[in-house]
Design a protein around this ligand. Structure first.
Ligand SMILES: Nc1ncnc2c1ncn2[C@@H]1O[C@H](COP(=O)(O)OP(=O)(O)O)[C@@H](O)[C@H]1O
Ligand SMILES: [Mg+2]
Length: 378
């Protein structure tokens, strides 16, 4: 019998899941409130609805064998209700609840003795003022933040007014040496598979992932620590699914867990071409109850996010596709978003090569060649 699986959210992550779903005996449903979203045309059933609304999610889940998510901001109460009726949820609502709220997430790390930057819970701007001696720090909204929105650096007391007047965590600022991410897959029987670490380089101004290299250039010592931490996070969440664990290293060879996504994630896009089983393939194996796939790399890789260029909105216009597609082992993924906006994730490109210099060179070339502009200037 074909299993019926629903995905909450119809963005690029849903789209890339659907691209792989075509390989398996599965009927897919997507719920999203925008009928023009990247996933709308690739699923078997598209349901127009609000993934944060209890009734919409409950109704969507009726008759489905399992549900997964492509974003944390979904109605968890409805997922609990569906779970009680026998619908499998990936990740389990308990794990999602822990991750979705950064206060609970930080408390989870603390409870399980997983090293993560020291923090205070702060409920308002007024409370923030009590922590001047804790600065420099990074304030993060408990809920609703994504892609760097909802994260504010507070270096000194003069910056306190920049803070959020809302429930949040105030984290000790780490002198970051490298940012790493490790994806872990957990099967229904608890078996785990760990992907090689990726090293991320960020755009300072946009606070958005700029490019990432796999495998990360780190010592064996750091590798062991990072793998152990990623596994500890995933196992302690006590849920099957895919978990992307973001970490920092510092100059003293410490590894800190920054945050976890309980789902397929931007940091795993290179696995589509560069690894035997991609993060998307892996999630279907988990949900459909097949053996986990091979996480090893076929080749080293670099992944570049294609974000909307500054100064443009309107219908997306792609520049430089021919040049980039002429690079050996370069793959372009356009997400099919109709409208571009400065900084919006519109696609990504992956290049494979076992020469690290070549990867860096090609990443830079792509950043200077491939642009997503729009038909309106702003
Ligand atoms: N404690 C910290 N110390 C230093 N830099 C941090 C800290 N926390 C976050 N950052 C920086 O801010 C970025 C975004 O923070 P993150 O918690 O990952 O939020 P988001 O949900 O936007 O990805 C991180 O990738 C890192 O570069
Ligand atoms: Mg992050």
């Amino acid at each position: 019998m074909m299993k019926k699986i629903g995905i909450l959210g119809g963005g690029q992550l849903g789209r890339m899941l659907l691209q792989v779903a075509a390989n398996y005996p599965v009927m897919t449903s997507i719920m999203e409130k925008d009928a023009d979203c990247p996933s709308a045309t690739l699923c078997h059933h598209f349901v127009l609805g609000d993934i944060t609304n209890y009734d919409d999610v409950l109704q969507f889940g009726e008759g489905l064998d399992a549900i997964t998510i492509e974003i944390e901001n979904v109605n968890i109460d409805a997922l609990y209700a569906l779970e009680a009726k026998g619908c499998a949820i990936y990740p389990k609502p308990d794990a999602l609840k822990t991750i979705k709220n950064k206060i609970l997430q930080k408390q989870f790390y603390h409870h399980h003795q997983i090293p993560s930057p020291a923090f205070h819970v702060v409920n308002s701007l007024e409370e923030l003022n009590n922590h001047v001696s804790f600065l420099p720090a990074v304030q993060k909204l408990a809920t609703g933040g994504y892609d760097g929105k909802g994260v504010q650096v507070i270096r000194k007391s003069d910056d306190l007014h920049l803070g959020f007047n809302a429930p949040s965590v105030l984290e000790k600022m780490v002198a970051i040496e490298k940012e790493l991410a490790i994806t872990v897959a957990i099967g229904n029987d608890g078996t785990a598979a760990v992907y090689p670490p990726v090293e991320m380089v960020f755009d300072q101004s946009l606070n958005l992932l700029d490019y990432q290299i796999c495998p990360a250039n780190i010592s064996e010592n750091i590798l062991w620590k990072a793998e152990a931490l990623a596994l500890a996070v995933a196992k302690n969440l006590k849920s099957p699914g895919i978990f992307a664990v973001e970490m920092f290293t510092d100059k003293d060879n410490n590894v800190w867990v920054n945050e976890t996504a309980p789902r397929v994630h931007n940091s795993g896009h290179h696995t589509i071409e560069a690894h035997y089983s991609s993060q998307f393939d892996m999630l279907w194996r988990v949900i459909l109850g097949y053996p986990l796939g091979n996480t090893q790399k076929i080749m080293s890789s670099v992944m570049v996010n294609l974000v909307g260029s500054e100064g443009y909105t309107g219908t997306a216009v792609y520049e430089g596709l021919n040049e980039v597609l002429s690079i050996p082992n370069a793959y372009v993924h356009l997400y099919g978003k109709k409208e571009t906006k400065p900084g919006r994730k519109m696609g990504h490109a992956t290049v494979m090569s076992d020469d690290r210099q070549e990867l860096l060179h090609q990443a830079n070339k792509i950043k200077h060649t491939l642009f997503v502009k729009g038909d309106k200037k702003i």
